[in-house]
Ligand binder design. Structure first.
Ligand SMILES: Cc1ncc(COP(=O)(O)O)c(C=O)c1O
Length: 393
């Protein structure tokens, strides 16, 4: 049989990195590779109680199809949180509930990318978004990061090329970025918004981690700085509730939101009603705020343990950042060291991380870098895993 594959599918290929990462799933491996929350902190008793309550209160609505935009009370709740916590002046009407932020990324791809279009992405960037854009046959213009985040002057250089052609959009994770843990400074954010205005740029701001700040000062979201309706904001409850709920959202200006709704209609009609009702009550009854407080203390301690152990055991030639929040930190080995080779050696010692080249759109870049996750492993495992890594270095 010769299945009639679409062209875009024939171009898809399993990445070398994904194959490597399968090795990290073995049960006896200490994994700093995934981006998973600590399951020991999952609010499973609350989910058990709330999901039973919402079914008993209204089984017809919780088990029925809902609107594509999402359950209205949940949309209002999400808008309220965005206002209170992120100072975003967003109304419930601007929100579309999605099955995780990853679905919102897929919808953005469907709405904006024609075959061969360029997308502006961070270097390094979030792998899930890069995969989605690739599926829609995008080309990439990668913009490097430094400790202040996206190098906006490089973005401007890139944009000059598109004065006449269809303008690319920018996908960015400005706060506690995945994979680097870097947060874009306020000055860069202001510069980015100026550039966006000058070049009529649409910005997709993906913000799964900003509620997880362990130190330092809050930085405003791009969405809160947007006075021209050019930021599409993506949010998720994955990191502050549970990723298995698959509850995310997009907050977008009217015209874009309508297109996202049409795309979602054709994708899955609506996000699970039961999950939406449960998530609404989880937020409304104050469980989310309590959960955030709990996991912030937990992850702060894990981050500090990882950094303290690295400070003690790693050679000085290895550079790493000290992220103020999120779940990841970024390592830079001396030039000439290939972190994929190191990865294979680490697996033999039963410890795993992600080689940094996975997060770059151009072959050969980021070979001497790596991402380490500190939220998943226990503190004991973190100490042991870092010591094992140090013996390789
Ligand atoms: C930057 C970023 N965006 C989106 C996602 C996907 O989130 P969700 O679980 O809501 O689909 C992740 C998950 O790790 C992420 O790091």
């Amino acid at each position: 049989m010769r299945p009639p594959y679409a062209r875009r599918v024939t171009k898809m290929k399993a990445s070398e990195i994904r194959e490597l990462l399968k090795l990290t799933k073995k049960p006896d491996i200490i994994s700093f590779a995934g981006g998973l929350p600590d399951p020991a902190a999952f609010p499973y008793k609350e989910v058990d109680m709330i999901s039973t309550q919402v079914i008993e209160e209204n089984y017809v609505k919780t088990l029925q199809y809902g609107t594509t935009e999402g359950f209205n009370r949940l949309r209002r709740q999400l808008a309220k949180r965005m206002k209170q916590k992120l100072k975003c002046n967003v109304s419930a009407d601007e929100i579309i509930v999605t099955s995780g932020a990853q679905q919102a990324i897929d919808l953005v791809s469907k709405v904006f990318i024609d075959e061969g279009d360029t997308v502006l992405v961070e270097k390094p960037g979030y792998l899930g978004a890069l995969s989605s854009f690739k599926l829609f046959q995008a080309k990439f213009f990668g913009i490097p990061l430094d400790e202040q985040g996206l190098k906006t002057e490089k973005l401007e250089e890139g944009l000059k090329k598109y004065k006449k052609a269809k303008r690319p959009f920018l996908y960015t994770v400005p706060t506690f970025q995945n994979p680097s843990g870097i947060t874009m400074s306020l000055e860069r954010r202001k510069h980015l918004m100026e550039i966006a205005s000058e070049y009529d740029l649409v910005i997709v701001e993906d913000n799964p981690y900003s509620e997880l700040r362990y130190s330092g000062k809050e930085v405003p979201t791009l969405k809160s700085m947007d006075t021209e309706g050019r930021v599409v904001y993506l949010g998720t409850l994955s990191k502050v509730f549970a990723p298995g709920m698959r509850l995310g959202w997009a907050a977008a200006p009217e015209g874009i939101r309508k297109k996202l709704v049409l795309a979602k209609q054709a994708t899955d009609l609506c996000t699970s009603s039961l999950i939406q009702y449960t998530s609404y009550k989880y937020m409304k009854d104050g469980h989310m705020v309590r959960q955030i407080k709990k996991i912030k203390a937990l992850y702060k301690s894990k981050r500090d343990t990882m950094l303290d152990t690295m400070d003690e055991y790693f050679p000085k030639s290895i550079k790493y950042n000290r992220p103020e929040g999120g779940m990841f930190l970024w390592l830079e080995f001396p030039k000439g060291i290939d972190s994929r080779v190191l990865f294979k050696k680490a697996i033999k010692k039963k410890v795993a991380f992600v080689p940094g080249s996975a997060f770059y759109v151009t072959e050969g870049e980021g070979a001497n870098t790596a991402r380490l996750n500190f939220s998943f492993a226990s503190e004991e495992q973190i100490k042991e895993g870092i010591k094992r890594l140090s013996t390789l270095l």
